[in-house]
Design a protein around this ligand. Structure first.
Ligand SMILES: Nc1ncnc2c1ncn2[C@@H]1O[C@H](COP(=O)(O)OP(=O)(O)OP(=O)(O)O)[C@@H](O)[C@H]1O
Length: 259
């Protein structure tokens, strides 16, 4: 299990969700979600395909409106925000997509500079280069600055994807299946990197995964979603301890290892 993370501020919630409901017609996807993400904390969200994890993330980012409930992110009630406020809020949220979302026609360095050019056109080339150097060093890939994404391994692409998200210094990181499709050693490296990012950049994170090894290594808290709500939240051992494992948790555990 992940060791206790002293950096977590248990008095400061960066995301606080209460009584969240979302349906699409007769498809009742979220049915009473409650969640607190504390400053500096990593929460892992586990759940079968189609349980509503992506819908939850989209509501947090203001891309979907909930039917009922409150969604407070960094002190703001997301469903009430206008377009400009939402844009500002999204700059504080870093999305790490499964494929790294790199542009194949740009070098690693250009990929990393891209969000800086878009968000701060006044930044000088020197300033951009300094920030590129910092995030590349943070993910351990300084030597790849002039390489093309096609020349990178899957694990390296993930790292560069994380670096590209970090370069805007988000307060919240959202990782979508960070270890999907990677070999076990590379998975371990990515898990370590997620924890390093948490400490070094003082980020709070939501990590969506089906990978229980990733969940155990990176999650200060595990939240298991089933049928539109969290059926259990706690540290890994508490959630999966045999004695306390109820039928729903065992089902999920089996699902993970049988898939
Ligand atoms: N914009 C939408 N319109 C209609 N239905 C939607 C929409 N977005 C999601 N859904 C439905 O909501 C349900 C939950 O989808 P979601 O993508 O959140 O699942 P998930 O838990 O992220 O799954 P996976 O692990 O496969 O990514 C699915 O039944 C999906 O079809």
């Amino acid at each position: 299990m992940k060791p206790f993370t002293p950096e977590i501020d248990w008095n400061d919630t960066v995301i606080s969700i209460r009584g969240l409901y979302k349906s699409f017609g007769a498809n009742h996807v979220l049915r009473g979600v409650d969640l607190d993400l504390f400053k500096g904390e990593n929460i892992v969200v586990l759940g079968r395909s189609g349980t509503g994890k992506s819908v939850l993330i989209k509501i947090i980012a203001g891309l979907l409106k909930p039917d009922a409930g409150t969604v407070n992110v960094l002190g703001q009630e997301v469903p009430d925000l206008g377009t400009v406020e939402l844009r500002e809020l999204r700059l504080k949220i870093g999305f790490c997509f499964q494929n790294g979302a790199l542009y194949d026609s740009m070098t690693v360095g250009e990929n990393l500079e891209f969000p800086l050019k878009r968000n701060d056109p006044k930044m000088t080339a020197d300033q951009r280069r300094r920030l590129v150097d910092i995030v590349l060093e943070a993910v351990g890939l300084s030597q790849t600055i002039n390489q093309m994404p096609a020349e990178l391994s899957g694990g390296q692409r993930k790292r560069i994807g994380i670096a590209r998200t970090l370069i805007l210094r988000p307060e919240i990181m959202l990782y979508d299946e960070p270890t999907a499709g990677l070999d076990p050693i590379t998975c371990t490296e990515i898990n370590t990197l997620i924890n390093e990012v948490q400490k070094r950049f003082k980020t709070s994170s939501i990590i969506i995964t089906h990978d229980l090894t990733c969940a155990r290594a990176t999650g200060d808290k595990i939240a298991v979603m089933k049928e539109g709500k969290f059926i259990r939240q706690g540290d890994f051992d508490t959630v999966f301890s045999e004695g306390e494992g109820d039928e729903l948790i065992r089902e999920f555990y089996d699902y993970n290892f049988i898939q």
